[in-house]
Design a protein around this ligand. Structure first.
Ligand SMILES: Nc1ncnc2c1ncn2[C@@H]1O[C@H](COP(=O)(O)OP(=O)(O)O)[C@@H](O)[C@H]1O
Ligand SMILES: [Mg+2]
Length: 243
């Protein structure tokens, strides 16, 4: 596997003086054209790691090298749609911010909204949508910038279990289908089964300060059957390393 992103001994603390919180402790990781899940307990530093990969936060030490031309799409953990904009204009917003014409931005947004099943909802406002549909808009908006890497921070954690399960399968299918520009996906989660269902590799982090406890290759064919013995064996193996 040819790495697209290389992290070397990335460390990060917050605060100063006597109130320093060490969050990441020497994280080394190569990321290629694959679906990676970053799995760890709440508060261990997963979101911080994802923000460092995206360049939103800077590490205190260590290095991140990324292939020259890579771009990121980000699906944030908390709801981030602007209530006064339609679904279409929410999805087009990052493109308009990049200086693309309104027409072109809307055309692209329309295409990605339809890929996530929101054709016909372009003129709706966020408060008219269910939680699952809002998250579809967030995903379409991240895809519309046509990124090489899709970063997702606990994208299904706020959804009811049935909606979350449908969306997980759709996101994996969309990625595998090759109709988007996404080469690699990095998804933060605290859900072991979700990681085993979706990812090629699972990077298990320790409690804060987060270190890499173990990297597990899932290696099961897709679509994955949660009830199969092979699936449960990997879930059990992952739980061994989750402290
Ligand atoms: N900008 C910040 N300033 C100060 N503390 C922060 C900041 N961002 C995160 N933290 C703290 O760092 C720790 C890890 O946060 P985070 O990366 O969000 O964890 P996770 O996503 O695994 O739940 C938490 O204790 C959080 O309060
Ligand atoms: Mg988080």
């Amino acid at each position: 596997m040819q790495p697209i992103i290389r992290l070397r001994e990335v460390s990060k603390s917050f605060g100063e003086g006597g109130r320093i919180l060490r969050v990441l402790d020497s994280i080394t990781l190569d990321i290629g054209s694959e679906f990676i899940a970053i799995l760890g307990p709440s508060g261990c530093g997963k979101s911080t790691l994802l923000k460092i990969i995206a360049g939103i936060e800077k590490p205190d030490s260590g290095s991140i090298e990324a292939r020259g031309n890579i771009t990121y799409g980000f699906v944030f953990q908390s709801p981030t749609l602007l209530p006064w904009l339609t679904v279409l204009d929410n999805a087009a917003l990052p493109l308009i911010a990049k200086g693309i014409s309104k027409k072109e931005a809307r055309d692209k947004a329309r295409r990605y909204l339809s890929l996530v099943g929101l054709q016909g909802f372009e003129d709706f406002y966020p408060n008219e949508l269910s939680g699952g549909m809002k998250q579809r808009v967030n995903i379409a908006r991240a895809l519309a910038v046509e990124p090489s890497i899709l970063l997702m921070d606990e994208p299904f954690s706020q959804l009811d279990p049935l909606t979350a399960e449908a969306l997980r399968a759709e996101v994996v299918d969309l990625w595998l289908s090759g109709v988007t520009t996404v080469e690699g996906v990095i998804m933060v989660t605290h859900n072991v089964e979700e990681a085993v269902y979706m990812a090629d590799r699972i990077v298990i982090l320790t409690p804060r300060p987060a270190k890499v406890a173990k990297v597990v290759e899932v290696g099961l064919p897709r679509p994955r059957d949660r009830r199969s013995k092979e699936f449960q064996d990997i879930v059990d193996a992952v739980y061994e390393y989750v402290s």
